[in-house]
Design a protein around this ligand. Structure first.
Ligand code: PLP
Length: 417
């Protein structure tokens, strides 16, 4: 696709401040805004780079229904991480044959739902990462499509908490994988192998990715030699996005080339599972400046969005760029400030930023918030979750209404004294 019409990255500066101010006026803040056209562009770039592969969107990055629908319409399959995601994706109209459910130490309740949904939606694939999960599926009478999640012993990620590949929690140990597949093939229709290194394939160092893919290629050949015919080898997601304005976007063609070379000849289709790459730069989080306080040598800018709205900075020390969208921002001098949320925790800071001198009432936009933003929002401090809107051309659609305090207390029994 034309690089001008579909640039490899959308920066925070590319958003129209005027449109963001209008959205904040119409819907209040904090407000997640997601541009579906950008999601579609990101998918098309991925699909162009991997024309021979199946692209499964990792729904955990953003489960807004319009996103699921738009990506399914583009041709993406969807990867789900829980029974809840599975139910939502199928309910959004995605065909079972385009859905993978990755069961990580699944609770009974999740397996019950998954087996029932697999019955109702033929072609659904369950990815199991432990022999026990296979046994528990068989106990439920499941004999359908299985993909085996393998622990490749290789991890990669922007933070230790997102490097899953070498974490013993995930997947069947590599040296037992071929045996596990062979024995699973007697009870199930084994259709695939899966591994995910973590979140953070970056252009600088593809060695962990190459290593993972090459091990998966070797395993696929071994499994084929043992007479198990695979449909696909899924090498996971983790395609990085530039969170800092001076970072280059990922060279997808280089990643795709390295992937093909490392996989080698296999009699199965390659599958990839991007989450953040498809949605991160399609989203911003809008928040209002509530307080501006000179404190010691610095300035603390208190905003409405905090660690309950956008958890990544507190959870992973993640960096999210910010921009002051005030109408006269360009005429103000830049100033370095600490941006902090409304939660009563010292971890509730969104980092130090150079911003057009913030004033009470200004609107700030927080970049790259389309992935793992709304999804990780929670109600700690009894704080209702924010609203989220989706832009589709000139249309603005509500994806999730703003929660109220009544939503927070709705789960409490009514007869509580
Ligand atoms: N696949 C699996 C199994 C995952 O656990 C994840 C993320 O945690 C992804 C895909 C997507 O990762 P990313 O959003 O970094 O592409």
């Amino acid at each position: 696709m034309n690089a001008v019409r579909n640039p490899a990255v959308r920066r925070l500066a590319d958003w129209s401040a005027e449109r963001l101010r209008e959205l904040a006026d119409d819907h209040g803040t904090p407000l997640y805004v997601l541009d579906l056209d950008r999601v579609r562009q990101n998918y098309r770039r991925m699909d162009d780079a991997f024309p021979e592969a199946e692209v499964y969107y990792a729904a955990k990055a953003n489960t807004a229904r319009p996103v699921l629908r738009a990506l399914a319409d583009e041709g993406a399959g969807i990867e789900c991480a829980s029974a809840g995601e599975l139910a939502r994706v199928l309910d959004a109209g995605v065909a079972g044959s385009r859905v993978h459910y990755t069961a990580v130490n699944p609770p009974d309740r999740d397996l019950d739902v998954a087996v029932r949904l697999a019955d109702d939606h033929p072609g659904l694939t369950i990815t199991a990462g432990a022999a026990d999960t296979l046994d528990r599926l068989a106990e439920r009478g499941y004999d359908g499509r299985i993909c085996l999640r393998v622990n490749p012993g290789v991890g990669a990620g922007h933070h230790e908490k997102v490097a899953t590949g070498a974490d013993a929690k995930f997947g069947v140990p590599y040296d037992r994988a071929a045996d596990t597949v062979e024995s699973a093939a007697t009870d199930f229709e084994v259709v695939g192998l899966h591994a995910h290194a973590g979140s953070g394939i970056s252009g600088e160092d593809l060695s962990a990715h190459r290593e993972l893919v090459s091990r998966m290629g070797d395993l696929a050949r071994e499994v084929e030699d043992r007479g198990v015919e695979l449909e696909f080898v899924d090498v996971g997601g983790g395609f990085g996005v530039p969170y800092r304005p001076d970072e280059d976007p990922l060279d997808l063609a280089a990643v795709a080339g390295a992937t093909r070379e490392a996989l080698g000849e296999v009699d199965a289709t390659l599958a990839v599972e991007p989450g953040r790459y498809l949605v991160a730069d399609a989203g911003v989080l809008l928040t209002a400046v509530n307080t501006v306080k000179e404190a010691g040598d610095g300035v603390v800018v208190g905003v409405g969005a905090g660690m309950t709205t956008l958890a990544r900075p507190a959870l992973y020390d993640a960096r999210h760029e910010m921009r002051n969208c005030a109408a006269d921002a360009e005429s103000r001098p830049d100033r370095e400030v600490t941006v902090a949320g409304p939660v009563c925790e010292s971890a509730d800071t969104l980092g130090d930023h150079w911003l057009a001198d913030p004033e009470r009432g200004d609107l700030l936009a927080i970049g790259n918030s389309g992935a793992y933003g709304y999804e990780m929002a929670n109600q700690y401090n009894s704080r209702p979750r924010p609203a989220s809107v989706v832009l589709d051309g000139d249309d603005v659609r509500m994806a999730r209404r703003r929660e109220t305090i009544a939503d927070v207390t709705a789960v409490e029994p009514e007869d509580q004294a």
